[in-house]
Design a binder for this molecule. Structure first.
Ligand code: ARG
Length: 461
């Protein structure tokens, strides 16, 4: 047991208590943030005259050595320390002697861990954004290639009206674009440095908090020391954004799973992104999409866990807050691995365009357009709706599409029909006629593609 406290105690901590209390097994992943934070703190302390130049240089040398050794594997972070902060400080003192004991001047583990976690989450936010960007690029490519890939659009999972694959995928483009914008809001709001808040009430040393903040790439120092050590809003906001990303990925996965089924056959997953069955030789399973859909649960769980952990905490720091880490790390790992996997799967999927188009035709997705045709020839909409409905009924009985009816058959329901009905209800016409902003018609879609292109260019990684 290596502890940072002890003066006030006359007995050693019970081993079970020590183990229960320790966080090194999971906060060891904050080693880089912890060391970077300490480097900035020490530079600031020396600049303010709290440490001498020699002390500063000795500490910096020691900390850089620890960082290098941890990264090379020469120094293992072991459970003999309570947490990552103790590990770094103990190692430093071992390396450089008494100067190491001065590192913690004007600092508490409360503001230290608040800083480490903020820096870690800040990096993770960027990482998530980078993965989202890659996904958006693949979506944009699929859109560009499928402006005239007709497919059924669904409501209630019933075929509704024809759309294009570009338009369908375009809906996901919007969702993931909003996800990026959420991340950028979170980043802006969280990018303030809590170091210097001390345990809760600041310190008596003449710290220059703005300087530390600047060294660490923050937009400034936080404004209230009690809030600084007890704020985990940014974790909650990030977990909420991650949950929304997973919800989007899960919906998309669900569609991929449906589309990959024998019943739909809209897509075929690449062999590299699907798996077989140990017993049924014919199987090619969409495991990646299923796992992404399934892992959504644990990301929501992290959000719920964090909200619940925080809900009853009085100001300022409470040990409950140590529970902010495992769930958050798990959610970060989950999302930051689901995103590239999903992107890879989507990038290699083969779309069966002919099956999609046939499905749109066979599902009477142009029944509204039959009615619109009649309306354009003077038939009141309610009557037109009835005529089109009766034609659909007939087609169902005869197991054919509306396009398969002969002109005579059309005219049995209404003499208004002429030979141009076929063109009027072709998938192409049905889609092309929909030219309002945001609709699947090619002209409207080309505008969106152009906007997407400049957005991708502006927010490039
Ligand atoms: N391991 C602790 C955490 O993650 C570090 C802060 C400890 N502070 C304290 N006063 N015991 O929250």
């Amino acid at each position: 047991m290596a502890q940072l406290w002890g003066g006030r105690f006359t007995k050693a901590t019970d081993q079970m208590v020590y183990d229960f209390n320790a966080s090194i097994s999971f906060d060891k992943r904050l080693y880089r943030q912890d060391i970077e934070g300490s480097l900035a703190h020490v530079k600031m302390l020396a600049r303010q005259g709290v440490l001498t130049g020699e002390e500063r240089d000795a500490i910096i040398g020691g900390l850089e050595g620890i960082l290098a050794d941890v990264e090379s594997g020469a120094l293992a972070i072991t459970s003999e320390y309570e947490d990552i902060h103790s590990f770094v400080e103990a190692n430093l003192t071992e390396r450089i002697g008494d100067a190491g004991k001065k590192l913690h001047t004007g600092r508490s583990r409360n503001d230290q861990v608040a800083l480490d976690m903020r820096m870690y989450v800040r990096d993770a936010v960027k990482e998530t954004d980078r993965h989202l960007y890659q996904l958006l690029k693949v979506l944009q490519r699929i859109m560009e290639e499928n402006l005239d890939t007709y497919m059924p659009g669904f409501t209630h999972l019933q075929k509704a009206q024809p759309v294009t694959l570009a338009h369908h995928v375009g809906a996901y483009f919007e969702m993931f674009r909003r996800d990026r914008s959420r991340l950028s809001d979170i980043y802006k709001r969280m990018n303030y440095c809590p170091l210097g808040a001390g345990a809760l009430a600041g310190t008596t040393y003449p710290l220059d908090r703005d300087f530390t903040a600047q060294l660490l790439g923050f937009d400034g120092a936080t404004r209230n020391s009690m809030d600084s050590v007890s704020d985990r809003d940014y974790v909650i906001e990030y977990l909420s954004a991650l949950s929304t990303i997973m919800m989007h990925l899960s919906r998309f996965s669900e569609e991929i799973i449906l589309w990959n089924s024998n019943e739909y056959r809209f897509v075929e997953l690449d062999d590299a992104y699907s798996t077989g069955s140990s017993i049924m030789p014919q199987k090619k399973n969409p495991d990646i999409a299923e796992l992404v859909r399934g892992k959504t649960g644990r990301v929501y769980a992290s959000l719920m866990g964090m909200l619940t952990t925080m809900k009853g905490l009085p100001l300022a720091y409470n040990k409950d807050m140590q529970e902010d880490k495992e769930g958050t790390f798990d959610a970060i790992d989950t999302v930051n691995s689901c995103l590239p996997l999903f992107t890879g799967m989507l990038d290699t999927v083969k779309f069966h365009k002919d099956v999609m188009e046939a499905s749109a035709k066979n599902g009477f997705t142009n029944a509204t357009d039959v009615a619109d045709y009649l309306v354009n020839h003077g038939v009141p909409f309610r009557d037109a709706h009835g005529i089109s409905g009766r034609l659909v009924l007939r087609c169902i009985a005869e197991n054919k599409a509306l396009d398969d009816l002969t002109l005579e058959e059309f005219r049995e329901e209404s003499s208004v029909f002429e030979a141009d009905i076929y063109d009027a209800i072709s998938m192409k016409t049905c889609v092309e006629k929909r030219l309002t902003k945001g609709a699947p018609g090619e002209a409207a879609m080309r505008e969106v593609l152009e906007l997407n292109r400049s957005y991708l260019e502006e927010s490039k990684w």
